[in-house]
Design a protein around this ligand. Structure first.
Ligand code: FUB
Length: 326
């Protein structure tokens, strides 16, 4: 008999999973993770160790149930425009269709973001022939707002190539910003009603400190690195993300989906492993953080496991910092 899930423990152990995007669909929790695999390839700042080939959708009837693996939902071989590295996905529902958004390298080695569709939240998903025109970099996260407008947030530095797009075109030799330069922000683009195309060119989100000054590239404890997620709480937009090199999940709050966002604090202290990536979801009147670490693989960076824990707000709307190992 399969075991119920427990907070701060891998929700599945038969495969490695990472980058969880959790949503409530049809009364159940669905988790859209990356599917980490073993391989003999190189490990580097380019992220070659994250050599994922497919997606499995996980689901939970509730947080006292076993986690179901609904099987392969999409494989890179079935995505005409993609060549490799099926990284952190997200999903959304609109007009009777489930959409799986995912980044992968195209046939020129450039990360793009694609869409696949299904009539079921568990998939399988059928990929569109081409990536979203005008998309680039990694880590799509889609918010369908209360007015039914949908926004995609995306972007990641280093292996995710965001710094190579600062002119609006892909520049493979683009340098990193100087420590005193403004930090590069994630991108946001509203999706058209078809959920397959952008309504306008992606815009850069500005994250500022409490004095309204944009965060600087050298501020590695707070500046954006990768893995954006936006959720709403008490009418405010919460943009949370990974700080990459300092391995924290942090958040900033704004009044509009496109920002600006004011930096607030840390959600999750560093986990075992280089990457940290998450989502935040409300389920049955409680809030949960889904995240990953490498404890199941004994610290192997590209063999991660999805976990969850309850997330709590203070009365002023700030989020209580979580140490996953306490
Ligand atoms: O899983 C591959 C990459 O590692 C993701 O796209 C990043 O967010 C990081 O978790």
């Amino acid at each position: 008999m399969s075991q119920s899930v427990k907070p701060n423990e891998p929700i599945v152990t038969h495969i490695y999973t990472a980058d969880p995007s959790a949503h409530v669909f049809e009364g159940k929790l669905y988790i859209y993770p990356s599917h980490d695999i073993d391989h003999d390839g190189p490990t580097n700042d380019n992220g070659d160790q994250y050599a994922m080939e497919d997606y499995h959708v996980l689901s939970l009837d509730d947080l006292n149930s076993p986690c179901i693996d609904n099987g392969e939902a999409l494989h890179v071989r079935d995505v005409p425009w993609a060549s490799e590295q099926m990284w952190a996905p997200d999903a959304a529902y609109k007009n009777g269709i489930y959409y799986l958004f995912f980044p992968a390298r195209d046939h020129d080695g450039i990360f793009r973001i694609g869409v696949a569709t299904s009539t079921s939240p568990a998939g399988p998903f059928k990929a569109e022939d081409n990536y979203i025109p005008g998309s680039y970099s990694i880590d799509p996260a889609v918010l369908v707002d209360e007015d039914n407008r949908a926004y995609m947030y995306f972007g990641g530095l280093w292996g995710g190539q965001l710094e190579k797009w600062q002119t609006g075109a892909y520049k493979p030799e683009a340098p990193d910003p100087a420590a005193t330069d403004r930090a590069y922000g994630p991108r946001v683009a509203e999706l058209n009603e078809d959920m397959l195309t952008f309504k306008s060119e992606p815009a850069e989100i500005v994250i500022v400190d409490e004095e309204g000054k944009p965060l600087l590239a050298g501020d590695e404890e707070r500046r954006y690195f990768e893995g954006p997620w936006v959720h709403k709480y008490n009418g405010k937009y919460y943009l949370s993300y990974s700080t990459g090199t300092t391995h924290k999940l942090v958040y900033a709050v704004g009044d509009k989906p496109e920002g600006p966002y004011v930096f607030k604090g840390t959600i999750l202290t560093p986990v075992l492993g280089w990457t940290t990536h998450h989502s935040i979801v409300e389920f049955k009147d409680k809030w949960y953080l889904f995240y990953h670490d490498c404890s199941l693989s004994g610290g192997v960076d590209h063999k991660r496991s999805v976990k969850f824990t309850e997330l709590k707000y203070n009365e002023d709307g700030t989020i209580q910092t979580i140490d996953p190992y306490k």
